[in-house]
Design a protein around this ligand. Structure first.
Ligand code: SF4
Length: 360
């Protein structure tokens, strides 16, 4: 059981971040913000996949105008990502953004930062102070001997100070690096230094394979330390993948129980059923289910029955057939063709039973 470090809490629309709130999963839109319909479609897909908070880029006035419509119809809280121009940050708050992400270090206008802090406070809009290893100034690099955890942590603290100067402390902080080691060290330092909630991420993590590994190491290590209140896995891929990987990281550490945990074996020379294709088919069928279930799909009678018996429902293969297990008991022997439909029918029954017992 992971003991989470206590942080203060910020409220991003209907989602609490920090304190004892569940660790939320974020992603970022790949659409052009000016495309309201396209952006809302992507938000809906992401929300259905389990995304809790969505961020989108607001690079110009046209995007901030579209933001109003997007915020109005979005099913999940919206964070507006703004760089350089404080006027866009003001416009995003006025457009109804549930939070904004800025790096005060790249907003050189001091009076502008004061205005942003003042308006955000008045509207109860939290600010994510987001710095990354690419935004460390030359002075700070010189001070700390280059781009490293010290210079990145210092940059994050300075960025927080820029808002604290105006009594603004409704802050969440991110300090991402593309190196998992650097980001782990940085977040550990920050966590020792203040109690602002932390948004974890490995930036520019890469494609699905590489990015998943780097994000899992970086984010997972910190979560194991009890550090982190909200996470974003950055991948050069459909953002749905980011959400899936984020949820898997949390589920693997028992930090989220929502959704189905699929246990499937890697197959070997003993496998006499088409397990690989079945696992793909089953994963797609289980994806929309939000209830906390464990489902096993195993290839043979060596380890299969043990895992299948431990799961809520499970299939253990044999010579071209499957035993179907439910809550520890074998309830049917099935052909390969009938195995997944029968498993899904049992899952439907379990879901119905749990809805009835919850009085839904
Ligand atoms: S469960 Fe059976 S088929 Fe699957 S990897 Fe283990 S021994 Fe091989």
């Amino acid at each position: 059981m992971i003991k989470r470090r206590q942080t203060r809490q910020v409220q991003v629309g209907g989602v609490r971040v920090g304190g004892n709130a569940p660790i939320s999963v974020q992603s970022m839109l790949t659409t052009d913000t000016r495309d309201v319909e396209g952006s809302l479609n992507e938000i809906t897909r992401l929300a259905e996949a389990g995304c809790d908070i969505i961020r989108l880029a607001v690079p110009d006035a046209e995007a901030s105008a579209a933001l109003k419509e997007i915020c109005l119809h979005s099913p999940i809280p919206v964070v507006a990502d703004i760089h350089y121009d404080y006027r866009l940050a003001l416009a995003a708050i006025r457009a109804g953004a549930n939070a904004i992400r800025i790096n005060p270090g790249n907003m050189r206008d001091e009076e502008g930062i004061r205005e942003v802090a003042t308006l955000a406070r008045r509207r109860s809009v939290p600010i994510r102070v987001g710095v990354n290893s690419g935004s460390i100034s030359k002075e700070v690099r010189n001070l700390y001997d280059g781009v490293n955890a010290q210079s990145l942590a210092y940059t994050a603290l300075e960025a927080c100070k820029a808002l604290e100067n105006y009594d603004f402390e409704d802050i969440c902080v991110s300090a991402k690096a593309s190196s998992p080691l650097m980001m782990i060290e940085t977040y550990r330092m920050l966590s020792d230094h203040f109690d602002y909630p932390l948004h974890l991420g490995v930036t520019e993590a890469g494609t699905v394979n590489e990015g998943t590994i780097r994000s899992t190491i970086g984010i997972g290590s910190l979560l194991l330390d009890g550090i982190g209140d909200t996470i974003r896995v950055s991948l050069t891929a459909d953002p749905i993948q980011e959400v899936k990987v984020g949820i898997s990281i949390l589920r693997s550490l028992s930090l989220r129980d929502e959704g189905v945990r699929l246990i499937s074996c890697p197959t070997c020379g003993r496998t006499e059923v088409d397990l690989m294709n079945m696992a793909q088919e089953l994963e797609a069928k289980l994806a929309p289910i939000k209830a906390p279930l464990t489902v096993a799909l195993m290839g043979c009678s060596v380890n299969g029955p043990g895992e299948a018996r431990e799961a809520d429902v499970g299939l253990a293969g044999g010579r071209g057939f499957f035993f179907l297990f439910k809550k520890g008991d074998i309830i049917a022997k099935l052909s390969q063709k009938d195995a997944i439909p029968a498993l899904m029918a049992e899952i439907d029954k379990l879901l119905e039973e749990s809805e009835q017992s919850n009085g839904i």
